[in-house]
Ligand binder design. Structure first.
Ligand code: SAH
Length: 382
């Protein structure tokens, strides 16, 4: 998964709403803002072309046939149907492939043309609303958004697990982790100069509007600058980081056991971590966040072949998830062995439960023992 849809459009179907953690979600609005992108083959193709993602899911299924042969499977958010098809090809007895969007029709076609329609049943509907005739042995889903939790689709997987997984059932993937690392990046300077350029342009606009149309707009300078500051400086940035841009140790922000986690556990992610700078005389330009997921089966029924899907900075193209970068303005000079003490907190945006707000405070402890002044920044993952 991983879309760039944001929460700016609105639909009016107020009739149906669902409870999602603490928030009540308007389904019509949710469909217009979120699900709509997944109805395009163009977007499904982007995911289907991510080799790291595809290889991980493919290997996890085909190298762990004992979890699938003769079993019942639920694919939450089947999209094009790819995961359901693999489960059937590996020997599943029955696969329920649930998809909220019209993509379900394409999935049904694909299943039929691959001669798997006796095994795979495509069901169009939200997983929260549909009913299955039986409980399943395996739940498979590709629910991960940017920085793991953006899109909040994992809530739907948890809901499916609690309703439809047998007590002995297995989750694919079984575990997930969120990571953070200190980074250097030219993006910090670039975003600042974009913001400054945009404000220069505004001042010219204010002068011209006054000269040509007789209205002084300068009272709007402050709100405009706040709006643009948020856009250029506070939004986290999608980036494919190279490992040598990571200037220190990375640390885990959150570990999730997909079999036992609750929506409350992931509603707010809070962590205090310490990162040690490993590069000599460099700039701390921000923090890079990424995730990995694991296919380990469960303790009583482990995977024969454990598979990891990581979205960490890589020398290759990486994944379509890239990393989420939280930039500092201005960057801070740091040196080897300095310690960065981070207080991280991520919660859901009040306007759209699928988007995230991040509160990232940090303090640098120099290798001499001296503490620099604490810094606190708010970021938006939109
Ligand atoms: N399984 C496919 C698609 C993953 S993208 C693959 O791996 O290629 C996630 C899909 O889940 C999207 O198509 C989206 O529309 C669907 N989805 C998200 N939330 C859902 C829900 N609550 N019920 C049903 N489908 C959902």
């Amino acid at each position: 998964m991983g879309t760039t849809a944001n929460g700016t459009s609105a639909a009016t179907d107020k009739a149906t709403s669902t409870s999602n953690g603490n928030a009540t979600v308007d389904k019509g609005v949710d469909f217009a803002n979120y699900f709509c992108t997944y109805a395009f083959l163009y977007h499904q193709k982007e995911m289907l072309s991510d080799r790291v993602r595809m290889d991980a899911y493919y290997n996890s299924v085909f190298n762990n046939k004992h979890h699938f042969i003769g079993k019942t499977v639920l694919d939450v958010g089947t999209g094009s149907g790819i995961l359901a098809i693999w489960c059937a090809q590996t020997g599943a007895k029955k696969v329920y492939a649930v998809e909220a969007t019209k993509m379900a029709e394409h999935a049904r076609q694909l299943v039929k043309s691959n001669n798997l329609h006796d095994v795979v049943e495509v069901i169009e509907g939200s997983i929260e609303d549909i009913t299955l005739p039986e409980k399943v042995d395996v739940i498979i889903s590709e629910w991960m958004g940017y920085f793991l939790l953006r899109e909040s689709m994992f809530d739907s997987v948890i809901c499916a697990r609690d309703r439809w997984l047998k007590p002995t059932g297995v989750m694919y993937p079984s575990h997930a982790r969120m990571w953070l690392a200190p980074i250097r990046s030219g993006l910090a300077d670039q975003k600042m100069s974009d913001y400054e350029g945009c404000m220069d342009d505004w001042h010219g606009f204010v002068n011209e509007t006054n000269t040509y149309y007789g209205v002084d707009m300068s009272v709007l300078t402050k709100p405009f600058s706040e709006e643009q500051k948020k856009y250029y400086l506070q939004n986290s940035v999608w980036n494919n980081l190279h490992p040598n841009q990571v200037v220190g140790t990375c640390a885990i922000l959150k570990e999730i056991d997909c079999l036992t986690v609750t929506v409350e556990d992931i509603f707010k992610i809070e962590a205090s971590i310490s990162l040690t700078i490993t590069k000599e005389d460099t700039r701390l330009c921000g923090f890079g966040g990424w995730f990995d997921v694991h296919f380990n089966g469960r303790k009583e029924n482990p995977a024969e072949c454990e598979v990891e899907l990581t979205t960490a900075p890589s020398v290759d193209d990486g994944t379509h998830w890239g990393q989420q970068v939280f930039l500092l303005h201005p960057p801070v000079r740091v040196n080897e062995k300095d310690e960065v003490l981070v207080n991280f907190s991520m919660s859901r945006s009040e306007e759209n439960h699928r988007l995230m707000n991040v509160d990232l405070g940090f303090q640098i402890k120099l290798s001499s023992g001296k503490m620099l002044a604490p810094v606190r920044n708010k970021f938006y993952i939109e």
